[in-house]
Design a protein around this ligand. Structure first.
Ligand code: F6P
Length: 329
């Protein structure tokens, strides 16, 4: 028999992403609107294992929609990856009277949720919270748009120096195994190329582009390099070294944007997305949904089985690659 839903727990896990607070706020307020009790779980799955529980009211989330990071804090829990850790987490939930969980995070977070839901009879709703945009079944993840905007702002600044000094900049951006941040920030900043794990772009195509650029009397260039492209971590240095050897007439520089990309105030898009998704998460629970991730497709909220969201590859549209190639000439 279905347990009556009285109390939900909400947590953020994995890398923080702008808009997580807006999601926590939406979950909390929508739950309270439906007379559900809300327990904020600190530090992701770690807090579930260590019983770091805080009772949340509507005012607990006041003045948070505009804040980056996560008021619930976050962690990448090793303990939750063990059966023993998950057992402890389940016992704590039962003791605390938490009937359902809302987890906000990326691939690792949802993979943890999937394992947990397989072993224990708990309804779980996932919200895609990651700057990487690498979850299948949703056009965008919470935090992706903000990170994209941050990157573009940085690239615009670097462009001034690239132009003034006639330099080629290789700018490394995050994204884990996905190239969405690199590809789309390259388009948005008018960069000359993007090197992404999904593409077959390599330095030889880069050489072609340099030749093309010379014909157009371009002496400076910006290349966005995904942290996970073929040459692994430090790929931006690899490409800069090759340029120095093969095209010594160019001055090549490397900039790694690093954790600059994760913090900061969420964009309006991410705030709205997180609000809609948080609201939808409570609706989903009330409808009896379980073990689904809330996604957005063509501006409509959709439910994606968590298993599909984490297991299926999310491809980068070929169109985006063509747009960059043609417009960067
Ligand atoms: O998943 C978000 C992300 O920022 C990735 O883009 C990046 O590879 C990773 O997290 C970095 O993690 P950490 O902050 O733990 O070093």
């Amino acid at each position: 028999m279905e347990r009556k839903l009285k109390t939900i727990g909400v947590l953020t896990s994995g890398g923080d992403a702008p808009g997580m607070n807006a999601a926590i706020r939406a979950v909390t307020r929508s739950a309270r609107f439906n007379d559900l009790n809300v327990i904020g779980i600190m530090r992701g799955y770690e807090g579930l294992i260590n019983k770091e529980f805080v009772t949340f009211t509507s005012s607990s989330v006041s003045n948070t929609i505009q804040r980056g990071g996560t008021i619930l804090k976050t962690a990448r829990s090793q303990a939750f990856m063990t059966a023993e850790g998950r057992r402890k987490a389940y016992e704590n939930m039962v003791e605390e009277g938490i009937d359902a969980l809302i987890v906000i995070g990326g691939n690792g977070t949802l993979t943890g949720a999937q394992l947990f839901a397989r072993e224990y009879d708990i309804p779980i709703i996932g919200l895609p919270g990651t700057i990487d945009n690498d979850l299948y079944g949703t056009d965008s993840t919470i935090g992706y748009d903000s990170a994209l905007n941050t990157i573009v702002e940085c690239v615009d600044k670097i462009r001034d120096t690239a132009n003034s000094h006639d330099r080629i900049f290789f700018i490394e951006v995050m994204g884990r195994d996905a190239g969405f941040l690199a590809q789309n920030s390259a388009i948005a900043s008018g960069a000359e190329a993007a090197i992404i794990p999904e593409g077959d772009t390599d330095v030889d195509q880069l050489a072609e582009f340099i030749e093309r650029g010379k014909r157009k009397s371009k002496n400076s260039a910006i290349v966005l390099v995904s942290e996970a492209q073929k040459n692994g971590a430090g790929g931006a240095f690899y490409y800069a070294d090759r340029i120095r050897r093969e095209f010594p007439q160019f001055d090549a520089k490397v900039t790694i944007l690093g954790h600059l990309q994760r913090g900061g105030t969420p964009s309006a898009y991410d705030r709205i997305l997180a609000s809609r998704m948080g609201f939808a998460a409570i609706e989903a629970l009330m409808e009896g949904q379980r073990n689904v991730m809330i996604g957005i497709k063509n501006d409509e909220i959709v439910y994606v089985p968590i298993t599909r969201a984490v297991k299926t590859d999310k491809p980068i549209k070929q169109e985006l690659i063509s747009v960059l190639n043609v417009l960067s000439m």
